[in-house]
Unconditional design. Structure first.
Length: 224
């Protein structure tokens, strides 16, 4: 993975968190968006752990360009900002997850592992920010319409809820007593109905529209 942050002290601290664990390898660092693009192209990391507000280029723009430049890359945002003006653009541009800098070390390591597997990783406060714009006096129901004026089935909502909690396809399949192939089919249908391209964006869209609501059990994926 590479670490992207404009503060050298922060980069040093993050590198130290992963230095004593052989499961991780920090292959590069960058201090701003343009440098991150160069380093990512040179090192081809599985995960980019990056701050959101840096000089020269906005975080959302960096994420968009990283995803275009290296489609298989996973971007995990680690920042101090959790308002929807920061969260939504990052998720919409393809960030796999979004955490705050007060995340405990062990949780951060688990989150990087989860992000490398392409799993959605959101802190509870970020999940709340994703719903902020969608709050209205009206009571929303699970049958409310998603983007594209299409509804989600009960099973699709169940899959989406488990994905939002960081479950893998295998875990979703086991929980719902269906095959992994069926889970993948449900995800493809979800992506089409919500007009998104990946799991993180689907979760973001679901929170934004009220299909999912934040709760205490929205947590980091913990798969060892």
């Amino acid at each position: 993975m590479i670490i992207v942050d404009d503060h050298p002290v922060v980069r040093d601290g993050l590198r130290g968190i992963f230095a004593d664990d052989d499961a991780f390898e920090v292959v590069g660092e960058a201090a701003d968006g343009p440098e991150a693009l160069v380093v990512a192209l040179r090192t081809n990391p599985d995960v980019v752990l990056m701050d959101l507000r840096m000089p020269k280029m906005s975080g959302a723009e960096v994420i968009r360009r990283l995803r275009e430049q290296t489609p298989g890359i996973h971007v995990l945002v680690l920042t101090t900002f959790d308002d929807d003006a920061d969260v939504l653009p990052a998720i919409e541009q393809g960030a796999t997850g979004y955490l705050l800098k007060d995340t405990p070390r062990a949780d951060l390591r688990r989150a990087v592992r989860a992000a490398a597997r392409g799993e959605t990783v959101l802190s509870p406060s970020v999940a709340g920010a994703l719903t902020h714009r969608a709050r209205t006096p009206e009571q929303r129901t699970p049958e409310q319409r998603a983007p594209g004026q299409r509804t989600l089935s009960r099973r699709e909502l169940e899959v989406l809820g488990l994905i939002a909690r960081g479950a893998t396809n295998r875990e979703v399949a086991a929980k719902l007593f269906i095959t992994e192939a069926t889970v993948k089919t449900h995800l493809l249908h979800l992506f089409a109905k919500l007009e998104v391209n990946d799991r993180a964006a689907a979760v973001a869209a679901a929170y934004e529209t009220g299909l999912l609501k934040p709760s205490a059990d929205v947590r980091l994926a913990d798969n060892g």
